[in-house]
Write a protein of this length. Structure first.
Length: 176
C-alpha cells in the first residue's frame, strides 16, 4: 500500500492572491482540508500546509502556505496533490480506492476467483467495480452490500456474491 495517495490535480488559478482550483480525486473538499497538508510527489518530500480549502463547483479552491500571488499559483498548474495516508481519517469500514485496485476478486461462498479489480468508477449513487479476468474480459459490479461482502485490501482481496450471469460463464467454473 502506498504511503502517499493522489488527492487531486491543480487545474487553474483562482483570483489574484494565489488560490488554485483543484480537480478532486478524493471524496470531498472537506476530506482534503482535514488532511492539513499536501505533497507534490508520490514519495512525499516537502509538505505544503493547506491554509484554506473550500468546495467550488464540483472542485476545490485551495490556498497553500507560501503561494501569495497569481504567478506563483500559475506555476503549480498541472501538479498532482498527494496526501499522507497517516493524515487521512477514514470512517470505520472505509478504504482508499488505490488500495482496492489490484485486489483479487473472489466468490464469498466458494472462493472462485473472478479476476482482478482494475477500476473503480463513480457514475451515480454507488461505485462500480470493474473486474478484469485472466483472458482480459471486463465485468462490472455495483459496489453495494448485496454484492460486495468484504473488502480486505491489506490482504489483497475482495469477496463478492454475484447474481447468476453477472460474470458470464466464469462463475459456474466452466471458463478456462
Amino acid at each position: 500500500m502506498q504511503q502517499y495517495l493522489e488527492a487531486g490535480r491543480i487545474v487553474t488559478t483562482h483570483g489574484v492572491v494565489g488560490e488554485v482550483k483543484v480537480e478532486l480525486w478524493c471524496d470531498s473538499a472537506a476530506f482534503l482540508a482535514a488532511c492539513k497538508r499536501v505533497y507534490f510527489s508520490a514519495q512525499g518530500g516537502q509538505a505544503h500546509r493547506l491554509l484554506m480549502v473550500r468546495a467550488h463547483k464540483g472542485m476545490a479552491l485551495v490556498k497553500l502556505e507560501g503561494v501569495t500571488d497569481m504567478d506563483q499559483a500559475r506555476a503549480l498548474i498541472g501538479r498532482v496533490l498527494y496526501i499522507d495516508r497517516a493524515d487521512a481519517h477514514l470512517p470505520k469500514g472505509a478504504c482508499f480506492v488505490q488500495d482496492l485496485i489490484g485486489c483479487q476478486v473472489r466468490d464469498a461462498d466458494n472462493g472462485w476467483i473472478y479476476g482482478t479489480l482494475t477500476e473503480v468508477s463513480h457514475p451515480g449513487a454507488q461505485d462500480i467495480y470493474t473486474i478484469t479476468d485472466e483472458k482480459g474480459n471486463k465485468w462490472q459490479l455495483p459496489a453495494v452490500p448485496e454484492f460486495v461482502k468484504e473488502r480486505v485490501p491489506e490482504e489483497g482481496y475482495v469477496l463478492v456474491a454475484p447474481i447468476p450471469g453477472m460474470f458470464g460463464e466464469a462463475e459456474s467454473g466452466d471458463a478456462e
